[in-house]
Design a protein around this ligand. Structure first.
Ligand code: NAD
Ligand code: LMR
Length: 342
């Protein structure tokens, strides 16, 4: 019988779900930065997935204890720990999905771009190892600034001759999770029913929730729509300020990242009805990377859903045009960094 996961799933689309009777395959997942604020709860949630046979946890320190602790959970996956650069290659052998939450988080007063100087190098080094050891894996980038770290990863993979744009994802699931929560709260809807596509990028005004495309459709006054958009765009900062120097979102991020991992595993496993928003190489706009709804399949991005960008409200259309220069600059900054340090 099909084993059911207790992990969060994206809302089902109304069309064409296909279930099979044979048991699902099992997959190897690696988490790089596994001892961190996101890494630990994310590792726990992935450990709960029936689709995972091996969970490889990597960090520069403190990962042994996390792995020992998790390995006592009586769920199917085997947990292995890897510490420091000398064990990174072993961590990645045979891995199907690599998740990267390694790097420093924001403190109050900082933008995500303020993290660039430290995190760019971390992502570059980790993706170089991914390119060498598991170039066919799905790569999920969580480390900020996502708008730049994904272009860095793409350049690194190109330099190594293994870039597959269908398998490189900036994780923007948290923006969707937040949008769904805030809209459901505002309109008193059942949370499970609400699905808001969020497009653009993952920082400030580049986060563009398309509230007019919410399913089920909701009626919002202009004032309500503007308020919700601003809250969704500032939600990361809301958490950074509440944590007052102790970091940024970790628990909601782990929840969102686990949902994206589970969606990827379901797609790898042959589920033909998997849709998520993610920041990917894209031709939807003139920008080379753009977050939108995508259909996931065994080989990664199977389709980029363009219909969400049709028939936007005037406010959304203006916000879309307004985000482009900032997103373009972040993309160029990432590419320039990777080319300079090639
Ligand atoms: P954290 O400081 O709690 O954890 C980061 C972990 O990365 C630490 O365990 C650290 O040892 C590890 N690390 C540092 N350098 C490393 C390297 N070279 N190789 C492997 N591991 C390394 O931070 P956190 O709260 O978990 O956040 C991590 C990143 O995720 C930050 O950049 C943050 O901005 C980002 N983030 C992104 C989103 C999103 O929506 N995409 C949401 C929240 C946080
Ligand atoms: C978030 O959206 O919570 C993350 O990008 C972390 C941050 O710095 O806000």
């Amino acid at each position: 019988a099909l084993r059911e996961s207790c992990l969060p799933k994206a809302q089902k689309q109304s069309h064409g779900s296909e279930y099979r009777l044979q048991p699902p395959e099992s997959y190897k997942v690696a988490i790089l930065g596994a001892a961190g604020g996101i890494g630990q709860p994310l590792s726990l949630l992935v450990k709960m997935s029936p689709l995972v046979s091996a969970l490889h946890l990597y960090d520069i320190a403190n990962v042994k204890g996390v792995a020992a602790d998790l390995s006592h959970c009586n769920t199917p996956s085997k947990v292995l720990d890897f510490t420091g650069a000398s064990e990174l290659a072993d961590c990645l052998v045979g891995v199907d999905v690599v998740v990267i939450p390694a790097g420093v988080p924001r403190k109050p007063g900082m933008t995500r771009d303020d993290l660039f100087n430290i995190n760019a190098n971390i992502v570059k080094n980790l993706v170089e190892a991914v390119a060498d050891k598991c170039p066919d894996a799905f790569i999920h980038i969580i480390s900020n600034p996502v708008n730049s770290t994904v272009p860095i990863a793409a350049e690194v993979l190109k330099q190594k001759g293994v870039y597959d744009p269908k398998k490189l994802f900036g994780v923007t699931t948290l923006d969707v999770v937040r949008a769904n929560t805030f809209v459901a709260e505002k309109k008193n809807l059942r949370l499970i029913d609400v699905d808001v596509p969020v497009v653009g990028g993952h920082a400030g005004i580049t986060i563009l929730p398309l509230l007019s495309k919410t399913k089920p459709s909701v009626s919002l006054t202009d004032e309500e729509a503007q308020e919700l958009m601003v809250r969704i765009q500032n939600a990361g900062t809301e958490v950074v300020e509440a944590k007052a120097g102790a970091g940024s979102a970790t628990l909601s991020m782990a929840y969102a990242a686990a949902r994206f991992v589970e969606s990827s595993l379901r797609a790898l496993d042959g589920d033909s009805d998997v849709y998520e928003c993610a920041y990917v190489q894209s031709e939807l706009t003139e920008l080379p990377f753009f977050s939108s709804r995508i259909k996931l399949g065994k080989r990664g991005v199977e389709a980029v859903i363009s219909s969400d960008l049709h028939g936007l409200t005037e406010y959304e259309q203006k916000a879309l045009e307004a985000l482009k220069p900032e997103l373009q600059a972040s993309i160029e900054k990432g590419i320039a960094f990777a080319q300079k340090h090639a």
